[in-house]
Each structure stands twice: as structure tokens, then as C-alpha cells.
Write a protein that binds this ligand. Structure first.
Ligand SMILES: [Zn+2]
Length: 153
């Protein structure tokens, strides 16, 4: 996202919208943006300084650290703020600042029950192993028993 300083009026200007492309380029298979970045920012230029502040948001698909299931996490940065020196005819690229604040806001241990709207089933790997192996044999014997009973009758 780029801001042209000479397009900011003396009172400042609001910028709202959506990035067209994937400016975050997180390149992490565990963090999958399902949408592009939305922003609602206010820019001011004063004394050779560009001030931009506002809110960023992006929906991400993350994997739960406990049950390993993917879930949607609406990441919001409410206090995005940049203060950078700029000339009156400069074009300032905010992409690095946006990316940095999103990365800092990522949950270190994402959990699918983060907002309480679902209950995390928890790790299920040990349970799966025992459930899959044990029932198959008794079932086979039960079928045989049934066949034997039918023959006898
Ligand atoms: Zn979970």
C-alpha cells in the first residue's frame, strides 16, 4: 500500500479499503490468508513527517495447536501507527509496516476455541490408534459366531 504525500490535504485524509494482492507474503504453510488485508487508516502530513494510524484486519486460516484442525481466525490490529519522515512529493510505501504489525499480532499458540464459540476436541492421535485396531477383531468373531448359530439352528 502506497500513500502519495501531496494527495493528503492539510486536515489529513482517511483511507479505507482492501489490498488487491497478498502484500503480507507470509510464506508460512501454517498461516493461510483467506482474504486480502482490509484497512481503515487516517493519514496526516506535517513538518516533513507522515503520520498514519488506524485499523487493519485480515481473515486467516490457522491450525489449532491442540487438535490440529484448521479454523478461521479474524486477525485485527486496532492500534496500527506509523510515523515516518517524508518529503511533500514523496510516495511512501506502507507495506513493510503493515506486514510487521500483522505478524506481531499473530497468536503464538493458535487455538480453535480462541473465542469460546466451540470446544476444542483436543489431541486425538493416541485415541485413534486404539480405536482403529481393537474393534475389528471382535467384530469378525461376532460374525462367525452368528454364522455358526444359524447353522446349528
Ligand atoms: Zn482445537
Amino acid at each position: 500500500m502506497k500513500i502519495q504525500v501531496n494527495q493528503i490535504p492539510a486536515k489529513g485524509a482517511a483511507f479505507e479499503g482492501k489490498e488487491q494482492g497478498d502484500i503480507l507474503q507470509l510464506n508460512d504453510p501454517a498461516i493461510r490468508p483467506v482474504d486480502t488485508l482490509s484497512y481503515s487508516l487516517f493519514a496526516q502530513f506535517d513538518n516533513d513527517t507522515l503520520l498514519v494510524s488506524g485499523t487493519l484486519s485480515i481473515d486467516l486460516e490457522l491450525d489449532c495447536v491442540s487438535c490440529l484442525q484448521p479454523f478461521i481466525y479474524p486477525l485485527v490490529v486496532r492500534d496500527f501507527s506509523v510515523e515516518t519522515p517524508a518529503g511533500p512529493h514523496d510516495t511512501v510505501d506502507l507495506t513493510d509496516y503493515l506486514r510487521e504489525d500483522i505478524v506481531l499480532a499473530l497468536p503464538a499458540h493458535p487455538r480453535c476455541d480462541w473465542d469460546g464459540s466451540r470446544v476444542c476436541p483436543g489431541p486425538k492421535i493416541p485415541r485413534q490408534v486404539t480405536e482403529e485396531k481393537e474393534p475389528s477383531q471382535p467384530d469378525a468373531w461376532a460374525v462367525l459366531d452368528e454364522l455358526n448359530l444359524r447353522k446349528k439352528n
